[in-house]
Design a protein around this ligand. Structure first.
Ligand code: NAG
Ligand code: NAG
Ligand code: NAG
Ligand code: NAG
Ligand code: NAG
Length: 696
């Protein structure tokens, strides 16, 4: 026994330090986390009308595990195609990892960062506010996220190998604008003078190459909201960052379907709080003129002031902003030469953000507050205005909303004072019925990969907030003995989600981001103080305290979405019947539209599978899958045609690429129907064969 231990320990050391000559030991993994493609509200715009009715690009979890050697401390960075992860999802993921791997992966060294797509499925937060438009907590969404994240991490764990890491940084222009420029302008002039732009234009790229020179993976960070798809979109989509990731992975995994190849590319979020991808800026929907800038209204109405661009519609805008990020990441990846060396390390503490005592640099002692949302929160932003309106009488169609509206009370005088000058719309921190509305205890975390440090923040930092945070952490680390060439990046929307974080000066202006800075005017100052403590502990090599434990509210969650009762097909049709067949022939570059009798996609999420396939007949007459539902070129629309009788249809669109191989094709639709007694039956629909011929 003793000899065995000795030998394996010896070979581990040899593996880590001698044999390969690589500085790190890295694994990557990807898995499908797509939620229900029907009936559930999408997370982000809080638009009650934006419920899922199909799928454009699947939501993925992309996991990366880093260590110096097999036996040394590890960190996990997960990039999740979702609005954010949230503490409940992370806790469940960590519990499942614990069952499998013991204490290897914990709250402290696992980081889950959301891309902040606004077209992912909702209803997975344990805090009430974020589930209101989803009509409560949705177990199907929650489990799809948790299970998929775990699968991606297990894949990364199983693929760990000696590798080297490189970082690079460069400017990406024409891909993001500030959506609250008047708030930004309230920051001190001397501070603004240090920067050319009112948003961060830098993209940071981490390149991962195996010891044998094989490209393994890439993570890029660029601050821009994933709101190219607007609040009228009803197909699940990973938006501009998801599109960029598919393009990058496709380059390294030629011939693999989305999410199926070995190379994993993540386009992660950063300090995007006040940053929009809609680069043509806000205009009035009715007149086409510019909106009133300070208030983002047209004739005093926020609903009409919407930002567009750069494309002619939301699809083209998603593609352009995605492509810009993709191309810049390729350029930075190919030219990356700064090779990382040094420890992999992490610090993590939970902190109660409602009771932080902060010493400001001018000597004042101040405090954070219980959560509250200001009036401008209800107005929304120019990326998705004004649907979250508690004050209008528009709540009757949402039973959960009606239920919670009656719980809203007036804020206490102490809360009003603490949150000044925010006019409080929702005193969320003072309502505990039926359970907490917003988190009070959140994660704070730093991840170190040699001379590169990820500042993992639990929310949406504004541009200037992110800059102040990076400066504060960098200076503590470098003063504490880190190499002078250490760089930092803000990892946005990591772990718990605690809304927005603006600077004190931006907060005074009370734009949407300031109104959503929940813990009051000193929220940023409190975070900076907490992250300085983490940085200091990391530099000194001392542990970070665990902090208070967040509550587990999973057992008390409410849900007002009825389940699927049953599916039926009208007489004369059956599930999978072709209702609109393909034409005999199409030119490459044109569009195929077909329709099938269908059933509710909630009956089976087809995780890691597909609701459709575009198939080509090969020389020997076999059908080869050319496209599945996660490709940009395909769209799956699910249409409820008769609610009472349970009829529904699938509308499938294939945009034939201009260079598509000529030949014989067909389209299939895969679904699952449910009887009134709960029996589930899979079905397949198949179109007639059709020809694809060269473009004219
Ligand atoms: C969303 O984009 C579509 C075009 O793709 C456009 O017709 C619609 O007006 C936009 N809606 C909003 C609210 O931005
Ligand atoms: C960064 O600085 C450290 C210590 O000064 C040095 O050893 C290392 O080579 C530098 N790395 C790069 C890539 O310049
Ligand atoms: C801040 O100070 C108050 C007393 O004034 C104390 O109750 C609270 O625990 C302190 N907060 C923290 C995080 O230590
Ligand atoms: C310190 O700065 C804060 C705002 O950052 C301000 O509210 C406070 O009055 C200042 N205190 C002093 C003593 O100047
Ligand atoms: C996902 O599907 C692929 C085939 O498309 C298969 O090889 C793989 O094992 C599946 N993964 C899981 C976790 O089911």
């Amino acid at each position: 026994m003793a000899t065995l231990v000795y030998i394996s320990l010896g070979s581990l050391l040899l593996l880590g330090n001698v044999c390969f000559g690589s500085n790190y030991y890295v694994g990557v993994g990807i898995a499908d986390v797509t939620g229900p493609a029907a009936d559930i509200n999408m997370m982000g715009y809080a638009n009650p009308g934006q419920t899922s009715h199909g799928l454009h690009m699947r939501q993925m979890s992309r996991a990366f595990i880093f260590a110096v050697s097999p036996a040394s401390p590890r960190v996990i960075f997960v990039n999740l195609d979702a609005a954010w992860a949230g503490g409940a999802v992370k806790r469940q993921v960590v519990q499942k990892l614990k069952k499998r791997f013991g204490n290897l992966y914990t709250d402290k060294n696992v980081c889950i960062s959301g891309t902040h797509t606004h077209s992912g499925m909702g209803g997975y937060s344990q805090y009430l506010l974020f589930d209101i438009t989803a009509l409560g907590f949705n177990h199907q969404t929650f489990e799809a996220l948790v299970d998929g994240i775990v699968v991606s991490i297990v894949k990364a764990h199983d693929s760990m190998q000696p590798a080297d890491l490189y970082v690079n940084k460069g400017e990406l222009l024409e891909s993001n604008i500030n959506r609250s420029p008047t708030a930004y302008l309230n920051n001190p002039e001397a501070e603004r003078a240090k920067y050319t732009h009112n948003v961060d234009k830098d993209m940071v790229v981490l390149k991962i190459v195996s010891s044998s020179g094989v490209d393994i993976g890439m993570i890029s960070w660029f601050a821009v909201h994933c709101t190219s798809m607007n609040n009228t979109n009803q197909m699940i989509s990973s938006d501009n960052k998801g599109y960029a990731a598919q393009q990058f992975e496709n380059m390294f995994n030629p011939g693999s379907a989305p999410g199926k190849g070995p190379f994993v590319a993540a386009f992660a979020q950063s300090n995007e709080g006040d940053v929009s991808p809609n680069t043509r800026g806000p205009h009035c929907l009715d007149t086409g003129k510019e909106c009133d800038v300070p208030t983002s209204t047209c004739n005093d109405r926020n609903e009409l002031c919407v930002a567009f661009g750069p494309g002619k519609d939301m699809f083209e805008s998603t593609q352009i902003i995605g492509n810009n990020q993709f191309k810049k990441a390729v350029e930075l990846y190919n030219s990356a030469s700064f090779k990382l060396s040094g420890p992999v390390d992490f610090r993590h503490s939970f902190a109660d953000m409602t009771i932080q005592n902060v010493s400001l640099s001018n000597g004042s002692k101040v405090q954070t507050c219980k959560p509250s949302m200001g009036y401008s929160f209800a107005a929304g932003t120019t990326d998705g205005p004004g649907a979250f309106d508690f004050k209008q009488g528009t709540t009757t169609s949402n039973p959960f909303w009606n239920f919670v509206r009656d719980l809203i009370e007036d804020p206490s005088p102490e809360l009003v004072k603490c949150q000044e000058p925010k006019p409080i719309l929702l005193p969320t921190g003072e309502i505990t019925k039926p359970y907490l509305w917003q988190p009070q205890i959140v994660d704070t975390q730093l991840l170190r990969l040699g001379q590169f440090v990820i500042i993992a923040v639990p929310g949406e930092f504004s541009t200037m907030s992110g800059r102040r945070m990076r400066d504060a952490v960098s200076s503590i680390l470098i003063q504490g003995g880190f190499p002078a060439n250490t760089s930092t990046v803000i990892g946005g929307l990591c772990n718990e989600y605690a809304d927005y974080i603006t600077t004190y000066e931006e907060y005074q202006i009370q734009r949407y981001e300031g109104a959503s800075t929940t813990y009051g005017p000193y929220t940023l100052a409190a975070y900076i103080q907490l992250y300085r403590q983490l940085a200091s502990a990391m530099a000194k090599g001392t542990p970070s305290p665990d902090g208070p434990t967040p509550p587990n509210l999973l057992d008390v969650q409410l849900n007002f979405v009825p389940g699927v009762i049953f599916d039926l097909a009208p007489s004369g049709e059956e599930f999978g019947s072709v209702l609109q067949d393909a034409n005999p022939s199409y030119r490459a570059g044109s569009q195929v539209t077909v329709r099938f009798q269908s059933a509710n996609p909630r009956n089976n999420l087809r995780t890691n599978g597909t609701f459709l396939s575009v198939e080509r007949k090969d020389e020997s007459g076999r059908w080869i899958i050319a496209f599945s539902d996660s490709y940009w070129e395909t769209r799956f629309h699910w249409i409820r045609t008769e609610t009472f009788l349970g009829y529904s249809e699938a509308l499938i669109i294939w945009d034939i690429p201009i260079g598509q191989k000529s030949g014989t094709y067909r389209i299939q639709h895969f679904g699952t129907s449910k009887t009134v007694t709960g029996t589930l039956t899979n079905f397949v629909g198949t179109t007639s064969e059709f020809q694809v011929v060269a473009p004219r």
